[in-house]
Design a protein around this ligand. Structure first.
Ligand code: BGC
Length: 718
């Protein structure tokens, strides 16, 4: 390909199309992630999409904890893409929900990288099995909207690896998405779009990513730097000035010609792959039904006093709140889908029971009083890409409505519609039941009725903690940052990890969700294998309804040499269990998932020692535990002259050598402080934090001279 074609093909020709160059045609990329938003031809509004199935956004599909469902959603999305001529769908979004105020939390799966990674892997596999490419986004650390185009997410390397990159790593290695989309923000000072560490060293060299890196729309600041860092395709286009800058950079030798040629080649390969799939049609009814199934499975039953739910046919029900009639079913911004149809809960409920409805707060008390059960539909205000939320609270009018209805009828059920968790305290104590209805996509209204009436037994689980109040949240003091930087001060203690580390009460813990049936757990058994841990336990449905349980395995490393969160989710299984039945649930934990990122060795390390495994139905409802001994990796941290006496002594070889040295000092009757350290345990305690090379000031030259130290270090490490 000629240089000018290489430059042209590495930027778009239009908002949603790549550039045709030479014999390589153009392809279409479009949003994503929970539906296909193909812009209506000639519409000025880039958000005006042709009708497509609006599946539940990730906040709801993530709460299913069911990769099988996500895979089916991916397959259905591929059908729609092919019907609409879309080659790459811009999703899934897998950034961690670092703060409950994140404006795009509704587009992301979880505060936990395992949940996000497992679900996104299934989604990508489903989509790509239909011949349509995914775009894993936003790489990386795009966990807030405030100043999103510039802010530097300042994250220490261990946190970056263990939390913010972990889900990306899982999806890239397990599913090879055709594309990865870089984020707008900077990561530790460097724009993600020109971050060589992220785009080349980590993504390609370490993880073996084989696809193409596309920019988020408008994320490229300097095209030459971006290509040099590993970015292949700049969107949107055209970008004539950027094309020319690339040509100039190659011509003058500022940019290696093979770097640009490689990126151009990746675009050509993506195009070739994209053009294999044939156009098709899709079954809109079947997709609507799938959207309903996923939505119902994503609903989380938070509270159900006296088994007020499920409702029974023929009951007199008061339905209160505008969101019953006008559903809040998706968030704002680039993921906004024009649905093929839209179910509202009111209509769905009217077909099942005798319903009186108002939205009028003045009437609400009266109709609630006259009904057997009152259902309040309460929604957050608009949540959108581009802005973070200002508060964790429901709008004041919704809170007032809940209070009035609850006072009129104690048999009140609240159904929430929200893109990220809201504060449930203290109003949840005044009502009998709470259904977390998230944003559920176009079939959400029917799905809510399915769960309220028990057609679907709820099995959704919280993929994010509901705190008692905002100030409790681990991210609270370091969000949204200032002066262009946001410090990820809570480090590895993101979400439930932080609440657990500080032993804080929460309103509803990570992993939590009730069912209309009950489950009991047998004793977990664990075996250590070369590839990790194999767990197995029996779970019994002890109630009278068929149901699903999400069995969750958390691991602790009590003797870790680094700071760890008290519990980390390492495996989960979504199992269907008939009433009265017992099933054996196997769970696998990959050895790689037991590792922590050792910054001194710049790699993952599995530590030796006891690993405690706790299995339960949420991060705080742990029913059975066991402990296994794991053999560690070879991961000795080399000693240096700058290592402290304490570090020397905690290393077996170092302790031996230093012991010999101190023994000889004591034997020679060395005086002063050095002698005291060698003979007096109290002095040793005081000197434990001294780097060895600082000892020169206190001991005879011959013992701690640079030459003697170099020999000692050599003897310790070789
Ligand atoms: C969003 C991406 C989206 C792109 C194209 C950006 O503003 O951050 O998620 O895919 O626009 O609409």
């Amino acid at each position: 390909m000629e240089l000018k074609d290489q430059a042209a093909i590495t930027s778009g020709s239009a908002f949603w199309a790549t550039t045709a160059a030479g014999d390589v045609p153009a392809i279409t990329l479009t949003d994503g992630p929970h539906g296909v938003r193909l812009q209506v031809a000639d519409a000025d509004d880039i958000l005006a999409g042709q009708p497509a199935t609006c599946f539940p956004p990730a906040v709801a599909s993530g709460s299913t904890w069911d990769p099988e469902l996500l895979k089916r959603m991916g397959e259905a999305l591929a059908d729609e893409c092919r019907a609409m001529g879309v080659h790459v769908l811009l999703g899934p979004g897998i950034n961690l929900k670092r703060t409950p105020l994140g404006g795009r939390n509704f587009e992301y799966f979880s505060e936990d990288p395992l949940v996000a990674g497992v679900l996104a892997t299934a989604w990508v596999q489903g989509l790509q099995s239909g011949g349509v490419g995914a775009s894993l986004k936003h790489f990386a650390v795009n966990s807030q909207e405030t100043d999103r185009m510039r802010v530097s997410a300042d994250v220490d390397e261990r946190t970056l690896r263990e939390l913010y990159l972990r889900a990306f790593q899982r999806v890239v290695t397990a599913a090879q998405p055709w594309t990865v989309m870089c984020a707008y923000n900077r990561v530790n000072g460097v724009y993600a779009s020109q971050n060589h560490f992220l785009l080349t060293e980590v993504l390609r060299d370490e993880w073996g990513f084989e696809g193409l890196v596309v920019s988020d729309w408008g994320a490229v600041v300097d095209r030459v730097e971006a290509v040099r860092a590993g970015l292949d395709l700049t969107m949107p286009g055209p970008d004539d000035a950027g094309d020319q800058a690339l040509i100039d950079a190659v011509t003058t030798g500022r940019l290696d010609a093979t770097t640009l040629a490689t990126s151009a080649d990746r675009v050509a390969k993506l195009v070739a792959k994209s053009l294999v799939a044939t156009k098709t049609t899709y079954d809109a009814d079947a997709h609507h039904a799938l959207a309903r199934e996923i939505a119902a499975r994503g609903i989380v039953l938070l509270k159900n006093d006296d088994d007020i739910l499920p409702l029974r046919a023929g009951q007199r029900i008061a339905v209160i709140g505008e969101s019953a009639r006008t559903p809040r079913y998706q968030g704002g911004g680039s993921s906004q889908i024009t649905p093929t149809r839209l179910d509202d809960a009111l209509t769905a409920l009217q077909s099942l029971a005798t319903v009186t409805f108002t939205a009028d707060p003045a009437e609400a008390e009266q109709i609630a009083r006259d009904a057997e059960v009152a259902i309040v539909f309460a929604a957050t205000a608009h949540e959108t890409e581009g802005s973070d939320r200002e508060s964790l609270d429901l709008p004041a009018a919704e809170l007032a409505l809940i209070a009035r209805v609850a006072a009129a009828n104690p048999r009140t059920v609240v159904v929430l519609s929200n893109g990220a968790v809201v504060r449930t305290t203290p109003w949840d104590t005044q009502v009998a039941a709470v259904l977390e209805g998230w944003l559920l996509g176009q079939a959400g209204g029917s799905a809510i009725a399915d769960v309220l009436f028990g057609k679907v037994n709820p099995s959704g689980r919280l993929a994010e903690t509901i705190p008692l109040k905002l100030a409790d949240h681990p991210s609270y003091l370091d969000f949204p940052g200032e002066a262009g930087h946001v410090r990820y001060g809570e480090g590895i203690h993101v979400g439930y990890r932080g609440f657990d580390a500080r032993e804080q009460e929460v309103a509803y813990p990570f992993g939590f969700g009730l069912s209309y049936t009950t489950f009991s757990y047998g004793q977990v058994r664990a075996t250590v294998t070369d590839s990790g841990l194999e767990l197995s336990l029996e779970v019994t449905n002890t109630g009278s309804r068929d149901g699903r349980e999400v069995v969750q395995a958390y691991v602790s490393v009590p003797e870790s040499r680094v700071r760890r969160s008290p519990r980390e989710l390492k495996a989960f299984a979504n199992v269907e269990i008939k009433a009265g039945e017992t099933v054996t649930v196997p769970l696998q934990i990959d050895r790689a998932d037991l590792a922590y990122w050792e910054i001194r060795l710049n790699r993952w390390v599995v530590e030796p020692g006891p690993y405690e495994i706790a299995v339960g139905s949420s991060s705080r409802h742990l029913h059975t535990t066991t402990t296994v001994q794991v053999e560690g990796d070879q991961a000795r941290i080399p000693l240096a002259a700058t290592s402290t006496i304490g570090e020397w002594l905690s290393d077996p070889r170092g302790a031996e050598l230093l012991g010999e040295l101190f023994a000889s000092m004591a034997a020679e009757g060395a005086g002063g402080m050095a002698g005291a350290i060698a003979t007096d345990p109290a002095m040793m305690q005081m000197a434990i934090g001294f780097p060895l090379d600082r000892m020169t000031m206190f001991v005879p030259d011959s013992l701690f001279s640079p030459e003697a130290l170099a020999k000692l270090v050599d003897a310790a490490n070789n």
